[in-house]
Design a protein. Structure first.
Length: 346
């Protein structure tokens, strides 16, 4: 039965069970039960028959994995629902590691995530081995709809303070969900986390951030005004606000995120040939050297990946190349973000 379940042959597996096969038989090498194999393959009929015969839904193999974990990671919400209805534990961790909710946040299975939340999975559970939460994992992988769903479930269960706590949590490397979103270039996820933090910090809470099936982020009036008020102000204000929320981002990552915000919300601030900030008497040596010219930067400008160069030098470079200097990825946007020298000095 275990072999047929592994191969996804449900009809044969069910026939074997009806013919008297032992549903409690364990694979000796991995400790996997027939239920775990069937759950991983999404065999709803086999799982239903095994549970009807009293198979333990919380049995763990030698790697501390349960059938619910397999169903959650491989994206089988129907199987997962059956297991949880049969008293499967939605919060059982894999040893010191992830719960089913964290696994579905990693694999990107929104239907499984919803099933787990409906059955009482804790969206604020913290892994004991690395200190990560479902929100951090979903942000690391750029799963926008899952991030929105997790934030809403945290709000419903713990209110605004719970949302703030989830955004401020740090893992063992002292990084937050926002850090992982920006670091992984998941800038739309970063935008959701950033705006949610600002709204929750001011005692508000959005009810109007959704992800359309076509992938478009939909904002309601409250959230839209929050974003627009920020991008209508000077870049220094936006960057300072971001770094106050997540200091570990550093200037490079902060500029990367700010560039993406202005590119969609206030594109006239981005430039290519023209540099709008006039020169002034500052200690240019303190501003830093341009990686291209190795000279102090008089007119700093950031590319879409958040790296800063002397404007004239990077402008000339981008006339001939699509990849940043010394990098092997393509810049999809060749516009530049003027960087105030005061920000470089600070």
């Amino acid at each position: 039965v275990s072999t047929q379940s592994t191969w996804g042959r449900e009809e044969i597996a069910l026939e074997l069970l009806k013919s008297g096969a032992d549903p409690t038989k364990i694979t000796t090498d991995s400790g996997n039960s027939v239920l775990i194999r069937a759950a991983e393959k999404g065999l709803e009929g086999t799982v239903a028959e095994l549970l009807r015969r009293g198979t333990n839904p919380n049995y763990t193999n030698r790697f501390n994995q349960t059938a619910s974990m397999g169903a959650a990671f491989f994206g089988h919400p129907g199987v997962l629902n059956q297991l949880l209805l049969s008293k499967g534990n939605p919060n059982q961790p894999c040893g010191e590691g992830p719960t089913p909710l964290i696994m579905s946040s990693e694999s990107g299975s929104l239907p499984c995530l919803v099933v787990l939340i409906q059955h009482g999975a804790d969206p604020l559970y913290v892994r004991r081995d690395n200190g990560q939460t479902s929100l951090m994992v979903a942000s690391t992988h750029g799963h926008e709809a899952i991030v929105v769903t997790l934030l809403k479930s945290i709000r419903d269960k713990y209110d605004i303070q719970g949302v703030l706590s989830s955004l401020d949590l740090r893992d063992r490397q002292t990084n937050s969900a926002l850090y992982y979103a920006v670091d992984g270039f998941h800038l739309r996820v970063a935008e959701i986390l950033f705006i949610t933090h600002i709204a929750a910090s001011s005692g508000q809470m959005w009810n109007d951030i959704t992800v359309h099936p076509n992938g478009t982020l939909l904002y309601g009036e409250t959230v839209d005004k929050l974003i627009q008020d920020l991008v209508n102000g000077p870049p220094v204000q936006l960057i300072s606000t971001l770094l106050k929320i997540e200091p570990s981002l550093g200037l490079n990552r902060a500029l990367r995120f700010v560039f993406s915000i202005y590119a969609t919300r206030n594109p006239q601030l981005l430039i290519f040939e023209r540099y709008p900030i006039s020169s002034s008497e500052v200690n240019l040596a303190a501003v830093g050297k341009c990686p291209l010219t190795q000279q102090a930067m008089e007119y700093p400008a950031a590319t879409a990946d958040g790296l800063v160069y002397e404007h004239s030098a990077i402008f000339q470079y981008l006339q001939h190349y699509s990849t940043p200097p010394g990098k092997d990825y393509v810049l999809k946007d060749k516009r530049l973000l003027p960087v105030p020298r005061s920000l470089m000095l600070s």
